[in-house]
Write a protein that binds this ligand. Structure first.
Ligand SMILES: Nc1ncnc2c1ncn2[C@@H]1O[C@H](COP(=O)(O)OP(=O)(O)O)[C@@H](O)[C@H]1O
Ligand SMILES: [Mg+2]
Length: 253
């Protein structure tokens, strides 16, 4: 298992609306691939279709050559596709450490194989202690999660995905609602996760400075269709992208 995600001709319709049409790309282990596009472009639908919340209307999603289209979200999670959410959700009266312990036990709860596998993962750096250190919340381990500032709660959300030892990670707007110093911290954290665990990361994010600074490649979608895919440099200079999304006034770092 290496964690190569392959999307081929993926489509998803809602009634007559084609929210996604003919989307194809491959995410390699260790790669950070950004997905950008205007509101309503289909970014969240793409994540929901990969993670099993929606079934594809066309095309296929495969992980390490295995077709996973149409599996349930919990099955896809167990196969190693982790996900972080735009909004923060913490359990009431639960410490930071307990939150991570719960997240770790979620996936193995109904699967003896996943439970057995989890021993290997913990040895490989996904123990609650190691993840606490990785995300920089070790000093707050015994604080109640709901008492943390918003930025720390978002970082805890990343930790909840990490303790599940994902083979790749889908991140939905990790910088939304953060101030500029928190954005820098989260950018460093994402890069550190990629470097330490060597996993691929699919990143949906509106902050262009973060996307361009962090991603190896960027894919632009608009009205559910691909506009372009390339390095940040190629994307910045692509006239179709400038038309569809970036615009002349858009500040790119
Ligand atoms: N569950 C749904 N039912 C009907 N339409 C949906 C649903 N989810 C998304 N859409 C539509 O699909 C399009 C893409 O939405 P979305 O994936 O949320 O875009 P983005 O995340 O890029 O802003 C939008 O036109 C949206 O209204
Ligand atoms: Mg969205």
């Amino acid at each position: 298992m290496t964690g190569t995600l392959e999307i081929r001709g993926l489509g998803r319709s809602f009634g007559g609306l084609k929210a996604l049409e003919d989307i194809s790309f491959t995410l390699e282990p260790g790669e950070i691939l950004g997905i950008i596009g205007p509101n309503g472009a289909g970014k969240t639908t793409l994540f929901n279709t990969i993670s099993g919340v929606y079934k594809p209307s066309a095309g296929a999603v495969s992980l390490d050559g295995r077709d996973i289209s149409g599996l349930r979200p919990d099955q896809i999670g167990r196969l190693g596709i982790g996900r972080t959410f735009q909004s923060t959700t913490v359990f009431p009266e639960t410490t930071v450490r307990e939150t991570l312990e719960r997240a770790q036990s979620f996936l193995s709860a109904y699967s003896p194989m996943a439970w057995l596998r989890s021993f290997g993962h913990r040895a490989a750096g996904h123990s609650v202690d190691r993840v606490l250190e990785r995300i920089g919340l070790d000093r707050m381990a015994d604080a109640e999660a709901s008492s943390l500032a918003y930025g720390f709660q978002k970082i805890l959300g990343i930790g909840m995905a990490l303790v599940q030892a994902p083979h790749l990670l889908l991140m939905d707007e990790p910088a939304a609602g953060l101030n500029s110093s928190e954005k820098i911290e989260v950018t460093d954290l994402i890069r550190g996760i990629r470097d330490e665990y060597g996993i691929g990361i699919l990143l949906v994010e509106h902050d262009m400075k973060m996307v361009m600074g962090l991603c190896d490649r960027v894919k632009v979608i608009s009205y559910g269709r691909q506009v372009a895919i390339g390095t940040p440099e190629e994307i910045r200079n692509d006239p179709d992208v400038i038309d569809a999304y970036l615009g002349r006034d858009h500040e790119l770092a």
